[in-house]
Design a binder for this molecule. Structure first.
Ligand code: PHE
Length: 336
């Protein structure tokens, strides 16, 4: 039996060395019906002295075959890995696939620029609610219930005295109620009006309010701030122009134009031949509004301004239809 075991070991090891499949060898020698198993079954016929000797030898043979198989399996795996690595060579210098990158929407980008400019001038950002009381949107701003100024700012009503704000000016009132002068804030945000959408109107759009209150603030300060703003927003050569206007919450009031940065004021398609583009409303805060908010108009004065963010984005980018800004057509947005 010893010779049989030695022969089994030898032939198994030489088959492994010859590269016969390890699985086949395992079945052929070590499996249930394998050659080694067969020999072990015959051990019953051995004498009591011979049995442990042959048993020990059989264990050694099994261990040797298993060790050789293990080595062969490892070698095979290493070879396969090597082959795979050679086949899947990675060229790290090869240019990658370009990922399409998005960018800021023109409205958002304009708002960020606005914020940056006014933060640079020492203003803080204040936000107010879009669902607003009639009192803050109109009444406290010197626009009583039957005032004709309400017509141009018809909005959506939640109830008799709650509405979607039609302007960012209510934030002026809220700020003055809670803050003592000196006040220097801007308030960008969404506003609503019951206007059907067309090239220059939208029921939802964005405004940015500005408010400065302190002792001895004059219209000269207003002009200075707006001129700086216009130069930063539209370019250093930009000039501004004040035209008399009326807002119930400022006195005096003005509409403010910037010189057309496309033609420098000569008149072109962008400014419709005017040389000027209207960008905002402004004025000195009305004494009534100051007292409505608990600020003594004899001690303090201030100015306010309000601008449409879409209008500024459209002027800067030469966009002629407001609706394009809301359609999210990639062919349009990708141009900026
Ligand atoms: N709220 C005004 C509007 O929507 C703009 C404005 C703001 C005018 C502040 C003057 C001062 O038309």
């Amino acid at each position: 039996m010893k010779e049989m075991l030695e022969k089994i070991e030898q032939s198994a090891l030489s088959e492994i060395a010859a590269g016969v499949s390890t699985e086949e060898i395992r079945i052929k020698y070590l499996g249930k019906k394998g050659e080694l198993t067969k020999v072990l079954r015959g051990m019953g016929a051995l004498s009591a002295e011979e049995r442990p000797v042959v048993g020990a030898l059989a264990n050694t043979v099994r261990a040797n075959i298993e060790a050789a198989l293990k080595e062969a399996v490892a070698a095979e795996e290493a070879r396969k890995l090597d082959e795979k690595l050679k086949k899947e060579k990675l060229d790290v210098t090869f240019p990658g696939k370009e990922i399409a990158r998005g960018h800021r929407h023109p409205i958002y980008e304009t708002e960020q620029t606005l914020r940056d400019i006014f933060i640079g001038l020492g203003f803080s950002i204040v936000e107010g609610p879009e669902v607003e009381y009639d009192y803050y949107n109109f009444e406290a701003l010197n626009i009583p219930k039957d005032h004709p100024a309400r017509d141009t700012q018809d909005t959506f009503y939640i109830s008799d005295n709650i509405l979607l704000r039609s302007q960012t000016s209510p934030v002026q009132v809220r700020t003055m109620e809670h803050m003592q002068p000196p006040i220097r804030i801007i308030s960008p945000g969404r506003v609503y009006r019951a206007d059907p959408a067309d090239a220059t109107h939208s029921p939802i759009f964005h405004q940015c309010e500005g408010l400065v209150i302190d002792k001895g603030v004059t219209m000269g300060d207003l002009k200075g701030v707006l001129e700086l703003f216009a130069k930063r927003m539209f370019g250093e050569k930009t000039r501004i122009r004040f035209r008399p206007h009326h807002f119930p919450f400022t006195e005096p009031s003005a509409e403010v134009d910037v010189s057309c940065f496309a033609c420098g004021g000569k008149g072109c398609r962008l400014c419709k031949g005017e040389g000027w583009i209207e960008i905002l409303g402004a004025g000195m805060v009305h004494p009534f509004v100051l007292s409505n908010c608990g600020i003594d108009p004899n001690e303090y004065s201030g100015f306010a301004f309000g601008m449409g963010i879409e209008r500024i984005a459209m002027a800067r980018l030469g966009i002629n239809d407001l609706r394009l800004l809301y359609e999210n057509d990639m062919r349009f947005l990708e141009q900026f």
